[in-house]
Structure formats: structure tokens, C-alpha cells
Design a protein around this ligand. Structure first.
Ligand code: ATP
Ligand code: MG
Length: 331
């Protein structure tokens, strides 16, 4: 692992699934790799899905994504954190790749098929999404991409794009590998069902108002077999217990599980504990976020600095690509 790249879309409020599944990982890799850990807020990806894009909100959400990641522990002096549209070489390389990628490779992407099926009019950009993603990664010659397993197919395509280019135009790009952290959980939504997802609206936001978080925890489904407090409960069928494992120490959970099964403790008490433990874990992030919100120029400075460093790498790659691709250089 020499250089990692990962991107996240500014499509909504970042949630505890993003935090536990991705951001914790970003921070750890950043500690290890410093400036070879490159994290990008991929704002040009957001408008490819009209269901998740809102021109009135994009700017604010992009800023928020920067703020939350810094608040969660990403050190912009160590890693490179920047906004995709601030480095226009991404879209330039994406066009070059677009001309070299078979149409059929894109139409068989399952994410495209799923998202397109829900739309009346499908933007061409939705089809091109994985090409832009390949450009995001390859422009930094990143060899490792920490993302969720929902991105496996897109990563396979990025490798294919790199391989095809290297064969045709000479060795240029490493074939990037997906990095799935076995310790990073796939967090379910607050109903305990599908994965927590910005676009589904089943989330608990990292910076969400405490009262609103409590209301969501309060109504989390319990073991349906447990009707009265005196009924024994199965902790594996209680959504609150699912979430508790991310925030409470294992010894405490073990005691609670036993109490719950033997009906020594009610669901409300488990939920109150979950709320307390969750707020305890989120508190430092929320405090740093409040500080940053009072000093927005610190976030803007970090993003500007990140874009400058990212762009230096991206420009060097684009020069090499233009040359190999056969374009006439301007004088
Ligand atoms: P959208 O619904 O717009 O796709 P999302 O909530 O799935 O949004 P992304 O921006 O697609 O969030 O993902 C950012 C990162 O967070 C990715 O690495 C993804 O794998 C990870 N991630 C997203 N949701 C979860 C989850 N519920 N549990 C663990 N990791 C998650
Ligand atoms: Mg997603």
C-alpha cells in the first residue's frame, strides 16, 4: 500500500454509518500514510443522480463534508483533503477514459441499473459515473482504495481501464485494489433493515440534534416476541442492541444481554444507555465541529491547501496522459 484514494459524495448529512464504516478508516490510514492518503469530496458525482442532487444545497453539503471529516479526526495538515471540482484534471482524464471505455462495460454496472430503474430520465452522467471514479483514483496513481463492498464492481472497472490504457499507451497506472476493512461494520438503518444510507433517510447524523437522535432511538424496533417487561427478550432481535455494539464496551454489553434475556432490564433502559454511549462517542466530534463552524475559514483554508497539493500530482499525470494519448501541446 503506497497511496490510498477515497471519495465521498456530498449528497446529504454524514451519518454514523459513514463514520464507522469509512471515516474511522480514513483517519487510521492517514496516520500511517500522511500525504499519500488522499480524500476527495466528489461534488461532480452528486449531480449524476437527480434524486440526490440539489443545486441549492450542494455548496453547503460540500463544505459540511469537509468540516465533518476534519472534526472526526482527519488532519488536513497530514493527509490531502480536497474538493473534486477544484482539481479540473479529474474531469479531463475522465473524458479521455470515456473515449476508451466500451459502452457495454458501463451498462452492465449493477449500481447504474438500480439507480436508472428509479428514474424517468437517466442522465448520461449516471452511466459515466464509474469512469469519473476511475479517473479520480488513477490520476493520483493510487494503488489502494478504501471503500465499502458496494464499490467492488466499480473498482474492477477501474482496474480494467488502467489495464487497457497501459497496454495501448504504455505503463502508466497501477491497477488499484479495493481495501475492505474487516473491522469496519456495515451499519444498518435505524429500522434495523437495509444499510444506513443518506439517500434512504434511515440515518442518525453525526451532528444531528440530540433530541432528534433520542426520538429515533426511542422508536427502534424491539424483539417482537417481547410484549411485556416480564417477557424474556432476545437481544439479537433488538435493534438497540445492534447499535450498542458500536458504542459500548463489550463487557457492559455482555451484562446487558444477559439481563435483557432474563428480563432484568427493559428496552427503554437499554435505549437510554445506547443514547448516552452514542453521545459520549460523538461528543468530541460534535465539539470540534462547533469550533470549526465558528471558524469556517479554517475549513476553507484546509480545502484550498488540499486542492493545491492534489492538483500538483494531477497535473503531472495529465501531462503524461496528453503526451501518450497523442495530443498537440500548446506553445
Ligand atoms: P448515498 O445514499 O448517497 O449513496 P451513502 O450514505 O451510501 O450515500 P456514500 O457517500 O455513498 O454514503 O459513502 C461514503 C462511504 O461510507 C463509503 O466508503 C461507503 O462504503 C461508506 N458507508 C456508507 N453507508 C455505510 C453504512 N451504512 N455502513 C458502513 N459504511 C457505510
Ligand atoms: Mg452509497
Amino acid at each position: 500500500m503506497k497511496r490510498v484514494f477515497s471519495g465521498f459524495q456530498p449528497t446529504g448529512e454524514l451519518h454514523i454509518g459513514n463514520y464507522l464504516g469509512a471515516m474511522v478508516n480514513y483517519v487510521a490510514l492517514g496516520e500511517k500514510l500522511g500525504r499519500d492518503a488522499i480524500y476527495c469530496i466528489v461534488d461532480y458525482h452528486a449531480p449524476t443522480n437527480p434524486a440526490a442532487y440539489d443545486k441549492e444545497l450542494l455548496r453547503q453539503r460540500t463544505f459540511e463534508a469537509g468540516l465533518v471529516n476534519i472534526a472526526a479526526g482527519l488532519d488536513p495538515d497530514k493527509v490531502i483533503l480536497f474538493v473534486q471540482s477544484h482539481v479540473p484534471e479529474h474531469t479531463e482524464l475522465a473524458w479521455v477514459f470515456t473515449t476508451q471505455t466500451p459502452y457495454g462495460d458501463l451498462t452492465r454496472m449493477t449500481q447504474f441499473k438500480d439507480k436508472a430503474a428509479k428514474l424517468e430520465s437517466v442522465p448520461a452522467g449516471l452511466l459515466m459515473y464509474p469512469v469519473l471514479m476511475a479517473a479520480d483514483i488513477l490520476i493520483y496513481k493510487a494503488d489502494t482504495v478504501p471503500v465499502g463492498d458496494d464499490q467492488t464492481q466499480h473498482l474492477e472497472l477501474a482496474r480494467e481501464i488502467a489495464r487497457r490504457w497501459n497496454l495501448e499507451y504504455g505503463e502508466t497506472f497501477p491497477e488499484p485494489q479495493i481495501y475492505l476493512n474487516p473491522n469496519a461494520p456495515r451499519v444498518p438503518g435505524i429500522d434495523g433493515k437495509a444499510k444506513m444510507s443518506k439517500s434512504v433517510g434511515n440515518t442518525i447524523g453525526i451532528l444531528e440534534d440530540a433530541e432528534s437522535i433520542w426520538q429515533k432511538i426511542r422508536v427502534m424496533p424491539d424483539d417482537p416476541a417481547r410484549i411485556r417487561l416480564s417477557d424474556p427478550g432476545d437481544p439479537d432481535r433488538s435493534v438497540a442492541f445492534k447499535f450498542l455494539q458500536y458504542f459500548a464496551p463489550p463487557e457492559l454489553i455482555q451484562v446487558l444481554r444477559e439481563e435483557y434475556a432474563r428480563r432484568g432490564i427493559g428496552t427503554l433502559a437499554v435505549k437510554q444507555l445506547l443514547f448516552q454511549e452514542m453521545m459520549k462517542s460523538l461528543r468530541p466530534i460534535r465539539e470540534r465541529a462547533a469550533e470549526l463552524r465558528a471558524n469556517p475559514e479554517r475549513v476553507m483554508d484546509a480545502l484550498e491547501d488540499g486542492a493545491r497539493r492534489a492538483r500538483a500530482i494531477a497535473q503531472a499525470t495529465m501531462e503524461e496522459v496528453r503526451e501518450k494519448f497523442g495530443l498537440l501541446s500548446p506553445r
